[in-house]
Design a binder for this molecule. Sequence first.
Ligand SMILES: [Zn+2]
Length: 286
Amino acid sequence: MLSIVCPICGDPRSRVFFVKAERTLLECHGCRHIFWDVFPRPDELAAYYAKVYTSQKSQQALQEQNRAYYRTHLQELLVLCGRKAPAEVTLMDYGCSVPVLLEEAAQLGFRRAIGVDYAEGETAVEMIPPEGVGGLPDQSVDVVRFSHTLEHIPDPLNTLRTLLPKMRRGALLYVTQPSFPVFATAAAGFDLKDSVYPEHLHFFSPISLVKLAREAGFKVTRLFTHQREKAIFDETRSLLDLDYARAELLNLRDKGDPNFPELANYPYYCGENSVLHAVRPGSWFF
Ligand SMILES: [Zn+2]
């Protein structure tokens, strides 16, 4: 057992999960979050992403392919946030990269569509850097979306805590990202999918993802996983700590998605990606 504090739940107990060539993956005893033994310095991270951003062109092509899906997805977000018309909704896409989703939101008539990222050149939609979020008016945002973003951020808890007061009461936090099942702390480790430093800094378990949202002040209303759940279950079966998952996530047992198989939901959560919905507590109706 090591004494490195978990960046999500603050548990001081962690253990070596897997040793890579230059770095080591650690696992938190409390929330089964997996993270690197050393986090990148801000300048190291900035230099890394400056290089990545030179491949913006492929990102543009990737995002363009998603236009049709984005239109459906925006309708889903509208329903989930409880608003009737796009004109009532301010949407934030955190870590949006090339903001194709937000272009579609503007087309559909959303009141305001804000991208949070380091923008390159002119964009058709409003973009702010992560440091700019604190400057937004309080209680002004209805939906915040993180799609494959939180795992890149060194301190996601601080990011969500900064966001919470900017969101209206009852506003929706929508998160989708890579997910790893709840592993036993005594089990042998193995290399994780896409454990590329310093791009992926956090490897969330369903427990650590829920703790993150709750620690930041959100109420979780849905949690499930999807993709390859049967294969992941077969591959990791002997490493799973289902009793712990059952106990820790008991109050989310009815908050899954019955459209997905049992192995994607409580207590297995074996899908490769997770989907979490949460709200800022309090209602905007009254
Ligand atoms: Zn933890």
